[in-house]
Structures are given as structure tokens and as C-alpha cells.
Design a protein around this ligand. Structure first.
Ligand SMILES: [Zn+2]
Ligand SMILES: [Zn+2]
Ligand SMILES: [Zn+2]
Length: 149
């Protein structure tokens, strides 16, 4: 798993709390715990994975789902769909647009720091669409898994 730590995790955490305040969202312990994980590690993580990483007895899984949904609505987190039926969430830094390469075999995730969709988005806007966004994830078999087989 590629989980490089964000060097400015603390600053991102503080600005995330400010975003919650700006949207009149309460700053609850579960929200703080989720944001702590998401600003420190890239992820993306499923609700179950986040729940496991949180302190025991912190909150139940349903609360984690609710927190993530609420934070997605205000663009604090970004939802990734790897097509396997469970959504994964990562911290939305805003300025850092990227995609993922996911191993089909072990689900390892690495980031791809480039985007080829600018032209497609421009075309969509020319067709009269507003609020144009895109999701794109790349799938393959990682080097480690290739050696195993
Ligand atoms: Zn793999
Ligand atoms: Zn990512
Ligand atoms: Zn893109």
C-alpha cells in the first residue's frame, strides 16, 4: 500500500475543522478522528477501514458512514469508486487533483499525478454542461502480485 504521509497534515487538519465550522457542522470526536486519519494518510479508505483505525469504543460504523457522507457534501472528502461495490474516501485537498492505479489482485493503491481529462471536460462544457467533473481510476496487476503468480 502506498500511504505516504502528508507533510502538512496538521495544517490540513486545522483547515478541515474550519471548513466544518464554516458550514455550521459540529466538530464531533468521530469527525475529528476521521479527519486525523485522512489528513495523515492518503488512503483512500473504506468506512470499515477507517472504523478499524479509530480508537476502540469511539463510535459505531453507522456514525462513520454518516460523518463521511456529511463531509463529502461539503467537499471535505472525495469519494472514490473502484468498482468493487464499496466506496473509499480520501481527504480532498482541492488543489491536488490526481487519479489512482489499483491492483486488481491485492487492492494496493498508488497515485497517478497526471490527468488527461481536461480536453473531455472542455468538450462537455462546450456542449452546454455546467459543474463538470470526472472520475477515472486505472486498474492493473502490481509488480509484487506478478511475481507471486
Ligand atoms: Zn498487487
Ligand atoms: Zn488519492
Ligand atoms: Zn483527472
Amino acid at each position: 500500500m502506498s500511504r505516504h504521509e502528508h507533510p502538512d497534515a496538521q495544517a490540513q487538519f486545522e483547515s478541515a475543522l474550519q471548513t466544518l465550522r464554516d458550514h455550521q457542522h459540529r466538530i464531533t470526536e468521530p469527525r475529528k478522528a476521521i479527519l486525523t486519519i485522512l489528513t495523515r494518510e492518503h488512503g483512500p479508505f473504506t468506512a470499515e477501514e477507517l472504523h478499524k483505525q479509530m480508537a476502540k469504543g469511539g463510535c459505531d460504523l453507522v456514525t462513520v458512514y454518516r460523518c463521511l457522507t456529511a463531509m463529502e457534501e461539503i467537499n471535505l472528502v472525495r469519494r472514490c469508486d473502484f468498482g468493487d461495490g464499496c466506496y473509499r474516501y480520501e481527504f480532498n485537498t482541492g488543489e491536488h487533483h490526481h487519479h489512482h492505479i489499483i491492483c486488481r489482485s491485492c487492492q494496493a493503491v498508488e497515485t497517478l499525478d497526471m490527468c488527461v481529462a481536461d480536453g473531455l471536460e472542455r468538450m462537455a462544457r462546450q456542449m452546454g454542461f455546467a459543474n463538470v467533473t470526472h472520475t477515472l481510476e486505472i486498474f492493473g496487476v502490481c509488480a509484487t502480485c506478478q511475481q507471486k503468480s
